[in-house]
Design a protein around this ligand. Sequence first.
Ligand code: CU
Length: 128
Amino acid sequence: MARLGKCSLNVAAAVIMLALILPSLSYATTYYVGDSFGWSYNIDLDSWVGDKTFYVNDVLVFVYDNTYHNVVSVDANGYNTCSTNSNYGIFTSGNDEITLTSAGTWYFICSYHCDFANQKMAVIVNSS
Ligand SMILES: [Cu+2]
């Protein structure tokens, strides 16, 4: 009986440890935008996005030379017209991590190259 009790305690301890560990092992994925090209117009960003499925809490890392580029989170209109007038954030560090915190379509543009170099992307974020 005492032995069974100890075993149960071990199981309980294991369950508690798993409960503590699992949240940090959430299914969130970190993506480096453009892979080795980075956040660039030298890569077809639509294709880069196209073969991936994004979920809430995934992280996009935009790596770029901030002398030449930036990242602006915009709405659909901003994306279509390359306008930053109404934006959700302008990122300029050159190494920006953006967590996709809600489902829906997220739009990102580089304000310098959106127009003539098509440096923009629309990311569909799924809830689960
Ligand atoms: Cu740019």
